[in-house]
Design a protein around this ligand. Structure first.
Ligand code: GSH
Length: 211
């Protein structure tokens, strides 16, 4: 049994989405960031930094959303979520994953941190203008790389698309324009996948209903 540690509306969406795509049986453990669960020793024993997501598979404890999605693709090869190791497609897959995590996501993370995630005294509103500019540049690289194709790598949906689409959903949630019709269409199509709908449902179901 696989165990995912997550919190709704965070990067754990990526891992739940990957689990849903590969058809794995898994247990979802809520790390309620709003309640400070990330600072509790029990969870820090799983992820020292207290961040979500984390995945536990037997003796393996894994953090970093892209590493976890790649692991799941490799562990469930029939899913096609990751191209075979050593192939040209895998090289391009890695390229896009690293780009998404280091370039595309970073301005959004900066905006998130300085809007609310950092302690108030650490927030620097002057950063927003530069972060939006960086987002526009990274979104342009993604749009150009994608072109008119349906997927980032080859002819099939991979975890690189999953990471990209979740990041585009994050931008939309923050009302940050994607800036390219091709990216709007790409996001609409990927976020229309049944596994994404199941992800939202699964994560929203973990909070007790508000009376
Ligand atoms: N690079 C990590 C980032 C993980 C991360 O920053 N997660 C945020 C939520 S999206 C978090 O757990 N924040 C709470 C904390 O820092 O304690 C990944 O992709 O998994």
């Amino acid at each position: 049994m696989l165990h995912v540690y997550g919190c709704p509306n965070t990067r754990s969406q990526r891992v739940v989405w990957a689990l849903e795509e590969v058809g794995a049986t898994y247990e979802y453990h809520l790390v309620n960031l709003l309640a400070g669960d990330d600072r509790k020793p029990d969870y820090q024993a799983i992820n020292t930094g207290g961040k979500v997501p984390a995945l536990v598979d037997g003796d393996l404890i894994l953090s970093e959303s892209a590493a976890i999605c790649t692991y799941l693709g490799d562990r469930f090869p029939a899913s096609g979520l990751t191209p075979p190791s050593g192939s040209v497609e895998r090289a391009l897959y890695d390229q896009w994953c690293f780009f998404i995590l280091s370039e595309l996501e970073q301005p959004l993370w900066t905006i998130t941190k300085h809007r609310f995630a950092l302690p108030k005294k650490r927030r620097v509103p002057a950063i927003f203008d530069t972060a939006h500019w960086e987002w526009d540049m990274a979104a342009r690289v993604l749009a150009t790389g994608l072109g008119e194709r349906a997927f980032l790598v080859g002819e099939c949906f991979t975890a690189a698309d999953l990471l990209a689409a979740q990041t585009l959903a994050w931008a939309r949630a923050f009302e940050i324009p994607l800036g390219h019709v091709t990216l709007e269409r790409y996001a609409d199509r990927l976020l229309g996948r049944p596994a994404w709908a199941r992800t939202i449902e699964r994560e929203q179901g973990v909070f007790p209903p508000v009376e």
